[in-house]
Design a protein around this ligand. Structure first.
Ligand code: GTP
Ligand code: MG
Length: 207
């Protein structure tokens, strides 16, 4: 997919405040600091469309970006950020789960995980919740520039083995580096194909 335009639309603190759900939407989610905002910028060929930070917990609102004037790319707040109060964390969780369960134009969720780590409990629990809730999702490994080829292959295989403990069919997996601008094109190809499918089958989100 060629990115002709990518513009910030708004930040929302509630799913009800998000832009009208009348065009296909794809959202990025994952632990705080996993690289959601960086990957969005890399895919959009834009240095600071989505705000990035070395301090975890930077994105605390739902951020909508309008791409090519016909679909939304959404940057969700990171989950599992330790340095906030329990109440604040519960509020984030509610914001995220309400958004995911209620956003009728959400076509696919991309769950980002850092390729350097073993499967983490918090990510596995979130993936489990998506599966049980019937949410269509894919897994995106981030920061692949930080590992050598062999370690990338091993960690991806380990992740698959972990998922196979629960699921027979695995979701799509993507290996990306925002730093090297790699892998994002595969995600954009998937989005293009999906948007074409929706158009060709007259599936729209207008009420
Ligand atoms: P929150 O908004 O806090 O949830 O974080 P986020 O998931 O949006 O992460 P963000 O994109 O802000 O990146 C966090 C840190 O990881 C920053 O210091 C980035 O420069 C770094 N980073 C992100 N992606 C990559 C990558 O592909 N490679 C490398 N080496 N560093 C990355
Ligand atoms: Mg962010």
């Amino acid at each position: 997919m060629v990115i002709k335009t990518a513009e910030f639309v708004k930040s929302s603190g509630k799913w009800q405040e998000c832009p009208d759900p009348n065009i296909p939407e794809y959202a990025f989610i994952g632990r705080s600091n996993v690289g959601k905002s960086s990957l969005i910028n890399a895919m959009m060929n834009h240095k600071d469309l989505a705000k990035t930070s070395q301090t975890p917990g930077k994105t605390q609102l739902i951020n909508h970006f309008l791409v090519n004037e016909n679909w939304y790319l959404t940057d969700l707040p990171g989950y599992g950020y330790a340095k906030v109060s329990k109440v604040q964390r519960k509020d984030f969780e509610k914001l995220i789960t309400n958004y995911i369960l209620n956003r009728r134009n959400l076509v696919n969720l991309f769950v980002l995980v850092d390729i350097r780590h073993n499967p983490q409990k918090i990510d596995l629990e979130f993936i489990q919740w998506c599966g049980e809730s019937g949410i269509p999702f894919s897994i995106v490994f981030t920061k692949s520039d930080k590992l050598k080829r062999g370690a990338i292959v091993k960690n991806v295989e380990d992740y698959k083995a972990e998922l196979h403990k629960t699921w027979e069919d695995l979701p799509e997996l993507y290996i990306t580096s925002a730093e090297k601008k790699e892998g994002g094109d595969k995600i954009l190809d998937f989005i293009q194909k999906t948007n074409d499918f929706l158009t060709n089958n007259n599936i729209s989100f207008d009420e």
